[in-house]
Design a protein. Structure first.
Length: 317
């Protein structure tokens, strides 16, 4: 799809909402199908225009202006801040989210190479965020979208923030949504430390790593409220697990149970049939914060795994 110019001051009269049912909904926003100057678009509106919700949406608008000029970021067309009404006009993603494709469609029907390709594209979008000094804080299948051509794009920047110059971390806002993708900075996470990931790594993993894996957010987030690009790497590892199992991390627990389990150093179980190609990558992402791989290395590693896959291989039965 050719890039369209950004209009920072879209008028309410220029946009028409299409359909009676929303495309999706979250804690504070609803996404609708719409039309803008003859183009099919997605409209993100607020369920309740409270001052806090409006502030978060304005923050998302500022982030989208900064990062959306990239192939693997949902394109931002503009925003309406007119008469108290605030909404975002974005690219319509025809195939929905990766969660729709991998978790709500026919179970395990997506070819394994296609899953790897989607994950590699997600890494490309996250690498762009790193260059722009933006931390997403909510990496999950539900926020990775696929257009009609199969291009994966990162969206939903409601929790994202831009790091201050020279800063390594910032205070995070916890909520029930991303808590399944978080872990606690517990002593059990510090020892033993596996070696850094390399493209040819095939290191043995400690026995307890075969039993426990992570939620989708990182150790430093849930205990110390600190978010970095490395935290997004951790969440990507949990998202890869989510893509493989078609379940969110800690699927059988509620938020409080997750926090208590993580506080004890436990991690979301990894099924034994997770492909070895992805198992190694997941475990690398879930290391202690100083030892996690970069998005660039993850993208290269996934591409290497993709090149060695048989075309007829599917997700495990």
């Amino acid at each position: 799809m050719a890039a369209m110019p950004v209009d920072n001051n879209i008028q309410r009269s220029e946009v028409t909402r299409v359909g009676a049912e929303p495309l999706g909904a979250g804690a504070f926003g609803v996404v609708w199908r719409g039309q803008w100057h003859g183009t099919d678009v997605a409209l993100k509106t607020l369920t309740s225009p409270s001052p806090e919700a409006v502030k978060d949406l304005l923050n998302e608008i500022a982030t989208l202006k900064r990062v959306s000029n990239h192939k693997h970021i949902v394109q931002f067309f503009g925003a309406c801040v007119d008469g108290g009404e605030v909404f975002i006009v974005m690219e319509l993603m025809a195939r929905g989210s990766m969660e729709d494709i991998l978790c709500k469609g026919p179970w395990r029907s997506v070819p394994f190479p296609e899953v790897l390709d989607m994950l590699a594209q997600a890494c490309a979008g996250l690498l762009h965020l790193k260059f722009e000094q933006v931390v997403h804080r909510d990496i999950a299948l539900r926020n990775l979208f696929v257009d009609q051509y199969g291009i994966v794009k990162l969206g939903d920047f409601g929790l994202a923030y831009k790091k201050s110059h020279g800063s390594a971390a910032s205070v995070a806002i916890m909520d029930v949504g991303p808590v399944r993708w978080m872990v606690s900075l517990h002593r059990r996470n510090l020892h033993p430390l596996p070696p850094p990931l390399t493209l040819s790594s095939n290191y043995p993993l400690p026995p307890f790593f075969h039993i426990f894996v992570v939620l989708n957010q990182a150790p430093e987030q849930i205990q110390h409220d600190l978010c970095t690009t490395s935290s997004d790497v951790y969440m990507l590892g949990c998202t890869i697990l989510e893509a493989t199992t078609a379940q969110r991390p800690w699927a059988k627990l509620q938020a409080m149970g997750i926090i208590m389990s993580v506080g004890q150093g436990l991690r979301s179980p990894i099924p034994p049939w997770v492909p070895s190609e992805l198992y190694t990558i997941i475990m690398a992402c879930c290391r202690y914060v100083l030892f996690r791989p970069s998005f660039r290395l993850l993208r290269l590693t996934i591409h290497l795994r993709l090149n060695f896959c048989l075309n007829d291989r599917h997700l495990p039965q």
